[in-house]
Design a protein around this ligand. Sequence first.
Ligand code: SF4
Ligand code: SF4
Ligand code: SF4
Length: 393
Amino acid sequence: MYSSATVKVAAVGGLAVGLFGLLIYSRYSPLLGVYVGVLGGLVSFALLRSGSIQRLRKALVIYYAVITWVGTLTIFSFVGFTSLLKWIGGHLRVYYYSGMPTVGRALVPCNFNLPSVTVSIPIWGTEMGMETIAGIPVVWPSSIFYFSILVLAPYLATTIVLGRGFCGWVCYFGGTVDAFRRDGNPVWSLSRFRKRYIEPGKTDMVVDGLREDVKDIKYGVAFALLLLGASLAIPIICVVCWTWLLQYIWWGIIALLAFGLFVVVLPFLTGKRIWCAVLCPVGALINLLERVTPFNIRIDLGKCTKDYSCTAVCPMFAMTRQTINEMYAPNIDCIKCGACIEHCPEKAIDLYLAGTSKKVRSWFIPIAISAGMAWYIWFILSIGQIAPRLLHL
Ligand code: SF4
Ligand code: SF4
Ligand code: SF4
């Protein structure tokens, strides 16, 4: 347990998140606005007040995962498999090679649409591929200007502010991994892939965090995908898009096997987020921004008794004996999940404003939950609007 915020601070944080949820969702439905606002406010209040945040945080990201997968399946069912394949067959050519307006893409979960939700404007589009934002017609995403404003800017803003905290608090795919990651003692400790370490003043070699060459695989994956995207003249996100997995069956089978192994089997056996720590190219790219983010986890060495029990609960191999001794902080893969903060018996770990001694858990949690609310609006509205029609309600 670690010290929780006062009732006043938790209430202010909860109220701010509640009002934000109300504001962005009531544009589409006042009832939905009240529901999301109240739910988001209560979750924020509970997270700030409680000394135990892991269960709620995990439930939150798993909730995002469920919303996203169910939303995607709902849209696929609505579109129908044949017309979906027809759309897939045409959209890359139409999108990127001839610059023609796209057809019907807005209904299908295009990865390009996802970041648009970071500004809380779900974009539905029309058959002619025209959308309006605040009354201004936008051709999406062929305009570099709007692509920059609606995709790059919100994405960069989210990841600059939260850093890898995006992975711990917002990413639905991280939530999917968390759904399969078992807590408690691991079945497999991955000792072959761990580094050996000798603590200062000792002679025994102990098993520590992941080896550097294993952790660095994700940078290689990101670089390879960037090269592939550049050589095919398509954005990197399209290389890992689900449309490719449906179009090119071998690519799909490889991705499915990697998904099964790194997202389901290994997290279950090891209790760690193996996909996120070893393979994810998005996590690798976010790491490039991590040094400029305002929120850092740090250890107060005056309080730390070096029992190293926090290393066992870290899902990312970010907190290790070596980082505790040499950096007084976790390594760059820390997703700011708070498991170590909550676990430390000496209350020696906390979330700080970078470069200061100010503890800022009460800022970080409301910002992270608000970002999650904004990111998933598109899927929540998709389910709300399409599911009743599918169910003939
Ligand atoms: S590492 Fe990748 S999959 Fe994991 S949470 Fe971060 S962005 Fe999502
Ligand atoms: S759990 Fe706390 S006291 Fe133990 S090593 Fe980690 S920071 Fe130090
Ligand atoms: S160091 Fe702590 S906050 Fe960071 S990922 Fe590990 S357990 Fe979570």
